[in-house]
Design a protein. Structure first.
Length: 239
């Protein structure tokens, strides 16, 4: 599976690995109400003038701080050696979830739900396109778990022209990789129907998930947090 992942990520450039530099920055994004908001981010850049392709990495439910799983930075170090500029931003800390949301059952966690993080993804995309050493036509997005779900939400086609980021999606990310995402959520036309009476069992699938870019989903057959079957059905119907 890792071979397939790297093949997709490298499909739009083959570059030799090199030493990376790391820097901190602040991105301007928007809240659910449309007001401007500042979030911190970390960028890794290969040595040299570029232009380099780039990848926006969406962190998982543990966030990028002290309780982080470390997965986003491990991917970043791997990919910057392949010649990619990387941005990992912090969607949680400025919104009151510095410790992540993996075991947080508060209704307030919806403030950082995957769909709410889509503006963060496009803020990173817009920033990368201002950099002279980034090839703005070759920017991808990836993430695991909560970040994988955010990736799916970020590259699903808009249902109407009035939907936020409808235009940005058409000319946005060139490829996407979602690692063990939650595929049972509503994503554009795609949704699931659950059994009545309080059961969490899915009884039906409605609509078609339509990504705006080539998408690779990798998921574990026995994953009990983000079950594989909804993702299997999503991709089967999407084909």
């Amino acid at each position: 599976m890792q071979t397939a992942l790297m093949a997709l990520l490298l499909c739009f450039l083959m570059l030799a690995g090199c030493v990376a530099t790391t820097s901190s920055l602040t991105l301007t994004t928007t809240t659910a109400s449309g007001t401007l908001e500042q979030i911190p981010a970390t960028m890794l850049k290969p040595e040299g003038p570029g232009p380099f392709p780039a990848i926006v990495i969406m962190h998982d439910c543990s966030g990028p701080r002290t309780r982080s799983s470390g997965a986003p930075m491990r991917w970043a170090r791997e990919l910057v050696e392949k010649g990619y500029v990387i941005i990992i931003h912090d969607s949680f800390t400025p919104r009151g979830f510095a410790g992540g949301v993996c075991t947080n059952s508060s209704p307030n966690r919806n403030d950082v739900a995957p769909a709410r993080r889509t503006p963060d993804a496009y803020a990173a995309l817009a920033y990368l396109r201002t950099l002279p050493y980034v090839d703005g036509s070759r920017i991808g997005i990836m993430g695991g778990s909560h970040g994988g779900s955010t990736t799916l939400a970020s590259v699903v086609a808009a249902e109407t022209e009035k939907e936020p980021f409808a235009q940005e999606k058409r000319t946005g990310f060139i490829a996407a990789v979602a690692l063990f995402p939650g595929c049972a959520a509503r994503l554009g036309e795609w949704r699931t129907v659950r059994q009545a009476g309080g059961s969490n069992q899915i009884t039906n699938y409605i609509g078609v998930y339509k990504p705006v870019a080539p998408l690779l989903i990798l998921i574990g057959e026995r994953d009990d947090w983000t079950p594989a079957e909804p993702c299997r059905k999503l991709t089967e119907i999407a084909r």
